[in-house]
Design a protein. Sequence first.
Length: 256
Amino acid sequence: MILSRFLSLPATRGIDLDDPRTTALRRQIIADKKFLHQVYEEWYEHIVRSLPPGDEPVLEVGSGAGFLKDYVPGLISSEVFLAPGLDVVADAMRLPFGNRSLRGIVMTDVLHHVPNVRKFFSEATRCVRPGGVIAMIEPWITAWSRIIYSHHHEPFEPNAPSWEIPSTGPLSGANIALPWILFARDAAEFKKEFPAWHLKSIEPTMPFRYLISGGVSMRSLMPGWAHRAWRGAENLLRPWMNSWGMFAYLVLEKIQ
């Protein structure tokens, strides 16, 4: 408890996760923490590589504190509440876009906060054109990450019987295990319910760097210049990421 308090960022102690001001604070934290900023840069580079060519816009759901707009020209940034720098205030379960009007939907650490993912995927099926994608970076369950997420402040329920999660708030409501439930544990059920989507790739990644960065609530354990060395060390573990990864790059392609 004492160690946790020492490592926590003073500005984040006692904050309300669902307060839009927290998102603004986190945006500044990501900008200031060079190690963490490089983690996000790598995530965004992967999202960019996952997008298909085309003139249709790309929607980011849960843009929050991120800076993906720097990487995707014309990106439509959205959040469920009003915040600086957003293009649209929108709920992932009720998207204000026309049929087949998007070439992609992207998100970073968002899906596991969506209260009803069935509604989201139904909306995505309507809004994304054939050949378009949903590209995500989400928490993932491995032998290593189970240990970490079991002590995380967000709910971690890999045995949850339902895909739905309590809607306590846009950030406080969560099940870290939800992406793994959808695309591993219940993959056959997901494919049956949403045949328009092909799970193109699952790539577990990043067992240590996000932890070392301290994320958006803890102090960074390494300076920014150390990121390259840690990235190299993690690359050596690539053959064993199914056991060590804490996150996963997930890409679904719309085939109908």
